[in-house]
Design a protein around this ligand. Structure first.
Ligand code: NDP
Length: 347
């Protein structure tokens, strides 16, 4: 009987951040697709910070493959409109194979779809031409409404979401300041992505460096990180500034995510009120139904023409998933983190 491999959460207690014994590699018989389902072979697994939150909140059933968005190829289909060889976006997770279609559990807003390789590299369907691009578009363009001449600051600026959010602000005529870690990431953000400045949160003079990079204050802040990064941005807000809380990755090791968010809001409250800063939370799932098509119609040509650049960090092999995930959560990725687990037929 043919089998496939997948990673699941081990029985070890969940630490603050992933450790080598947090995950376990297992093998299972390849499932048969039922009527309305297709069997797919995973090509790319998307690694995203929210996946750690899923584990912390116990969203995944014990023994199930770790959740992830994936790009895959149809092997066998009993689903209308899908044939063997078709390329798809789906949610196989950290697994070599998976079913999609009727009755296959998935987050409601992660809607499987057939991919057209003519629209861009298929790996981008889990990045700039997928949920991450939509996240950046919803937070930066729809929520923060950047105007020409605004100063827009983006944290985790070289990462999957941050690099897109900053380039969208640039296209809207803003002066864009990134915040990133290592010097090579900061160089990439200014030299490759065209941000006006980038400061390192690893510098002992980070808060002063950020103030110097924003001489006219901050009108728009796209928050990916929280913690000390937020504390450095807070005093720089101009009256009427807009902030979107896309994510708070610095706090994802905390047992209580809601408390971490409440603590950040409490630290900001006096300045938010005095300067009438509008602060909005962001959940990309809220934007899929009404904005995905409009987003793709704009982003597709921007990426194809090079107006929006997009860096991926693609690791190789199913075995590398746990280490790549831990690295991504601690800044070891340089661009959107993916793991390729089988051949990409479009390359
Ligand atoms: P990234 O590719 O940006 O990877 C994470 C990066 O965060 C690291 O590379 C590191 O960059 C930075 N980082 C990690 N820890 C810290 C820290 N303690 N202080 C400062 N920086 C840190 O991830 P994504 O682009 O996938 O995700 C970015 C954010 O977007 C996350 O918070 C995620 O949860 C959120 N998100 C939210 C969605 C929504 O619906 N609201 C949807 C999708 C993503 P560096 O080395 O530069 O410090």
């Amino acid at each position: 009987m043919p089998t496939y491999r997948y990673w699941t959460r081990s029985a070890a207690p969940l630490p603050a951040w992933p450790e080598p014994d947090t995950f376990e590699l297992r093998e299972a018989p390849v499932p048969e697709p039922a009527e309305g389902q297709a069997l797919t072979r995973t090509i790319y697994v998307s690694l995203d910070p929210y996946q750690w939150g899923y584990k912390k909140r116990g969203v995944e059933p014990p023994g199930a493959p770790c959740h992830a968005r994936t790009v895959a190829q149809v092997v066998e289909s009993r689903m209308e409109g899908l044939a063997p060889g078709d390329l798809v976006f789906n949610t196989n997770g950290w697994a070599e194979m998976g079913l999609m279609g009727e009755g296959v559990p998935r987050p409601g807003y992660m809607i499987p779809r057939r991919l057209d390789p003519a629209q861009g590299r298929i790996s981008q369907a889990v990045g700039v031409l997928g949920m991450l691009g939509l996240t950046a578009y919803a937070g930066m363009v729809l929520q923060c409404e950047p105007k020409p001449g605004d100063t827009a600051v983006v944290s985790a600026a070289s990462g999957g979401v941050g690099q897109i959010a900053g380039q969208l602000a640039r296209l809207k005529g803003c002066r864009v300041v990134g915040i990133a870690g290592k010097p090579e990431k900061c160089r990439f953000v200014t030299e490759e992505l065209g941000f006006d400045a980038c400061v390192s949160h690893l510098s002992p003079t980070f808060a002063d460096d950020l103030r110097a990079a924003c001489p006219a204050g901050v009108d728009v802040y796209f928050e990916n990180v929280g913690g000390a990064v937020f504390d450095a941005v807070l005093p720089l807000f101009n009256p009427g500034a807009r902030m979107t809380i896309c994510g708070l990755i610095a706090t994802y090791g905390d047992p209580d995510g809601d408390a971490a968010r409440a603590a950040l809001m409490a630290r900001g409250e006096a300045i938010f009120t005095a300067r009438q800063v509008s602060v909005r939370g962001l959940f990309v799932g809220d934007y899929v139904t009404d904005h995905h098509d409009e987003f793709l119609a704009q982003m597709g040509p921007w990426v194809a023409s090079g107006q929006v650049k997009y860096r991926e960090d693609i690791r190789q092999g199913l075995e590398t998933l746990p280490a790549a995930f831990a690295e991504m959560l601690s800044g070891g990725n340089f661009g959107k983190m993916l793991v390729q687990v089988s051949e990409d037929p479009t390359l």
